[in-house]
Structure formats: C-alpha cells, structure tokens
Design a protein. Structure first.
Length: 297
C-alpha cells in the first residue's frame, strides 16, 4: 500500500487539491514555508567544497534568465496573460527533485545539484525586476515594487542556502540530523503540490468571466516550452558530454514555486501554465525512465 501511494503521489496530490480546493485556501499561507524547507533539505546535501562552476552552467542560466524575456516578448503578441505563463515556465528554477531523476538516468548529480543552487540565486535576482514591470505590483513605483518583491522572493530562495551552510559549519550534529531525514522533502513536496493545485482550481472555479481560449493557450504554450527546454538542454549537453544533466537542468522546473509566484505576483490565471507543466515534465521523465529501463534490459 505504501509503495502504491509513493508511486502515485503526483496524481493523488493533484486530485486531493482539486477536490478539496475550498478547504485548501485555509492553509495556502504554508506554501512559501514548504518551499523554504524543501530547499533547505536540498542545500544541506551540498558542501561549499563541492561547488564547481561548469561552462555549461553559464549557458543554461543565460537561456533561463534571458530566454524568459524573449519568450515573453514573442507570446505577448498573442496574449499578455499567456505571455506571463510562458515567462514563468522558463524563469522558474530547476526542481530540487531533478537530481534524483538525473541519477536514475545516468547523469551527473553533482552537476545538477550545483546548477539548482546557481539558478535559484539567479532567479532571486531576476524575478523581482521582471515582476516589478509586469506583475500585480507594476502600478507601484519601480524601486518600491522591486524592494517589496525582493523581501519575499530573495529570502525564500537564498536564506535556505545560508541556513544550510551555517548549520554545516556551526551545528554539525543538527546538520547530520537533517541529512538523515532528507526524504521528508518528498512528502513536503506532495503537500505543497496539493495546496497549489487547490489554489489554481479555486481560482478557475470562482473566476467571473472565464476565457477558455486563454486557458487552453496557457496549457499549450507550457507544453511547447517544456518539450523545447528538454530538447535544447540535451542538445547543449551533448557538446559537453552530459546531455542528461543538461536536459534535466533546463527542463525540469520547480513548478510549485512557479505556481506560487504566478499566483502572488502575476495574473493568477497565468498559474495554469506551470500547473500544466507539472503533467508535461513528469510525462517526459516517465518516458525517459522507461527508455532507460528498456536499454538496461
């Protein structure tokens, strides 16, 4: 029974969130704390001595931070809200769970873990700038809006790293204890996915004038971006001898963080794009794992 629940945790979490969307609103305030804790558990596994900046990291980060602006500009010609969804699907940092999939596919876990750290720092710097121009705070003066978003996004993405390395240096016993429960992040992820799914469904149900053309457009653009990022990442990775790690680094996103950022700082309906991205990226990863299994056989 436990194995069944673990294997089907993704659809179960999303189904629970969708069915209990009226109740989920009461605990939606927990989302940033869950994201913080998951990042803390991930960064506790990364030693400062293991930090290695690979040339490929620079290309992936450039695609992520500059590419999101390019994609936004192109899709904006079609629809501004769909453009916001496209932007968040590119900007969102790599998922903390990507290292696990990378290892299962035979890629470099060290490379991917280093990139998770690097892109979180990049997003912490870039996101406040972008959201100040196009988000719900865009009517505020730029500097005021920038500081407001920095106070929320910056600590969420940077402080887990500071805490993790501080614990490693000054409280090694507590650090070791946290490492022993690193699997807890999987269940925290399930709770967070339940909450953000419920929040998205609640918004869709309670919206006054639904525009299904926009909603379908968000789902379609997230599919195109998801496939495109996996393919582009793998193509770049081939030049450096590690297509798996590069593909996962660029393609597998922290969708929980992406949905939360879209709901808080952009048009809430734009969160449909990262919500759909959950399905697309997990379908791609399932297919890759299936191919890997056949190859091993």
């Amino acid at each position: 029974m436990l194995k069944f629940i673990k294997d089907w945790m993704l659809p179960l979490a999303m189904l629970t969130g969708a069915l209990s969307y009226r109740l989920v609103g009461y605990i939606s305030f927990l989302t940033p704390y869950l994201i913080f804790t998951m990042l803390l558990l991930t960064f506790c596994k990364l030693s400062p001595r293991e930090m290695r900046l690979h040339p490929l990291h620079k290309w992936l980060l450039l695609i992520q931070l500059v590419g999101c602006v390019v994609v936004y500009g192109l899709v904006y010609l079609y629809d501004p809200v769909v453009a916001q969804g496209a932007l968040i699907c590119v900007l969102a940092p790599t998922a903390t769970s990507a290292a696990v999939i990378t290892g299962m596919l035979g890629g470099s876990v060290a490379f991917l873990t280093n990139y998770v750290l690097l892109c979180n720092i990049g997003v912490a710097i870039m996101a406040p700038v972008l959201f100040s121009f196009m988000g719900s705070q865009s009517e505020m003066p730029f500097f005021e809006s920038f500081l407001f978003i920095c106070r929320q996004v910056g600590p969420l993405l940077i402080l887990p790293l500071v805490f993790a390395w501080s614990l490693r240096a000054f409280l090694p016993k507590l650090h070791a204890r946290i490492l022993s429960v690193h699997k807890l992040s999987f269940y925290l992820w399930a709770v967070a996915l339940t909450i953000v799914t419920g929040s998205t469904v609640r918004f869709l149900v309670e919206q006054q004038d639904p525009d299904y053309t926009v909603e379908i457009g968000l789902a379609v653009v997230s599919l195109v971006i998801c496939v495109g990022q996996f393919l582009l990442g793998r193509r770049l990775g081939k030049r450096y001898g590690d297509p798996v790690s590069s593909g996962q680094g660029l393609g597998q996103k922290n969708t929980i963080l992406a949905i939360w950022m879209a709901q808080v700082y952009l048009n809430p309906i734009a969160s449909i794009a990262p919500a759909a991205y959950v399905l697309w990226q997990n379908s791609i990863n399932s297919y890759q794992l299936w191919l890997k299994g056949r190859k091993n056989e």
